[in-house]
Ligand binder design. Structure first.
Ligand code: ZN
Length: 388
């Protein structure tokens, strides 16, 4: 076994396994939120198994701790959320801060960035990034991903439901750093923070990926019990949902989620979801509740999502395979951003109807709103991702 000598600092690596054969790299981070140790425990189990049985792995498995100080103190973060600030502008600002301006999370992020770059540079094949999380609510595990055909394909194969569009509502999750480079990846919400099931769910996803990517010899792991575990955990949750609303909150809002909601809970139009200092917050439509907040720290009260039906998934795949997005900039009211080929600017006075829906089908996500224009960004996907 070889560890990666270039990984810089103490306790960052949970472990790695690499027997020198070329193949995919599976890079896992766990505990980016310090109150979410389940992912770390799952990685420790997988690493211990690999070290005991010493299989001839194709490629490399690397597992990293996220927020080490917050993990030690069992809190989500010390000064700021380490799963934010991974967009390029925030990273540029991070590198400009010096000395006392740097928070504990700044130091963690700088170190992690170096690890990511080292792992990417030394990869012998395609790279898949997986970020393990848990949530304060009960309910089915699920995946968040940047919406590319490759990410959908790899994500669906895990047997865990997918949520699209989190990136539209959250600025700068770590996934974004990888998505900006065309690297395949997703975040796994494994279950409730301190529930032992969350460790088992994460472990099941990791073994499923290692086997599916052809990194381990056939039959090395019996996947049947892991698949069964995930099937039971997922229950009746739909395979793909799309975020339609984020309830952003601040401490002054005095936000309180109503009790009893889980991930994927179905709610009716008008149903009471939460209260804050302005009064009641009710569901605008029938939909699913995601990530209801039942802990102190956090700036997302809840998300609302709707199911993406099979027909739309099929149509999206066809449209993208036909590269229809290439002709979209020719349509009235739509032009390519001169500074970024993957961003389209939409003048809403001209292109009025179903703009968001059509762009979603083509794999674009809403990026920003700039003076009367909507900007949509498409995620590039490296050609080598097709080998994953
Ligand atoms: Zn988390």
């Amino acid at each position: 076994m070889s560890t990666i000598a270039v990984l810089p600092s103490k306790n960052r690596q949970i472990g790695s396994w690499d027997t020198g054969q070329s193949g995919p790299t599976l890079l896992v981070t766990a505990g980016l939120h310090g109150n979410e140790p389940a992912g770390v425990a799952a990685c420790e189990r997988v690493i211990a198994h690999l070290q005991e049985h010493q299989p001839a792995l194709r490629g490399r498995f690397v597992a990293l701790r996220g927020n080490r100080q917050a993990l030690a103190e069992q809190c989500r973060f010390l000064k700021r959320d380490l799963n934010r600030g991974w967009g390029q502008a925030a990273i540029d600002a991070l590198h400009k801060r010096v000395g006392d301006e740097r928070s504990p999370e700044d130091l963690e992020q700088i170190d992690l960035l170096q690890c990511f770059v080292d792992v990417e540079r030394s990869a012998s094949g395609p790279l898949l990034f997986v970020d393990l999380h848990t949530s304060s609510a009960e309910g089915s595990p699920f995946l968040c991903l940047a919406d590319t055909i490759d990410n959908r394909r790899i994500g669906l194969a895990t047997g865990v439901p997918i949520i699209l569009g989190i990136e539209e509502t959250l600025e700068g999750a770590s996934l974004e750093w990888f998505a900006d480079r065309g690297i395949a990846g997703f975040a796994v919400e494994g279950g409730q923070h301190d529930c032992p099931d969350a460790v088992d769910n994460h472990e099941a996803v990791l073994w499923g990926l290692l086997m599916r990517l052809g990194m381990l010899p056939e039959g090395y792991v019996d996947l049947a019990p892991h698949r069964e575990r995930l099937r039971a955990a997922v229950g009746a949750a739909p395979p793909i949902v799309e975020i339609v609303h984020r309830q952003a909150i601040q401490a002054v809002d005095q936000f309180r989620m109503e009790p009893g909601f889980q991930n994927f809970s179905r709610v009716a139009k008008g149903q009471l979801l939460a209260k804050d200092r302005t009064g009641e917050i009710r569901a605008p439509n029938a939909c699913h509740v995601m990530l209801p907040l039942y802990q102190e720290q956090g700036d997302d009260g809840f998300f609302l999502a709707r199911r993406v039906r099979g027909f739309w998934r099929w149509l999206a795949k066809c449209l993208r395979a036909l590269h229809l997005s290439a002709i979209v900039p020719l349509m009235p009211g739509i032009r390519r951003d001169p500074n970024d080929r993957d961003t389209l600017l939409v003048n809403q006075n001209v292109a009025r109807w179903f703009v968001v829906e059509v762009f979603h089908l083509l794999g674009f996500r809403k990026a920003t709103k700039r003076s009367g224009q909507l900007a949509f960004r498409r995620r590039c996907s490296r050609r080598e991702n097709r080998r994953l």
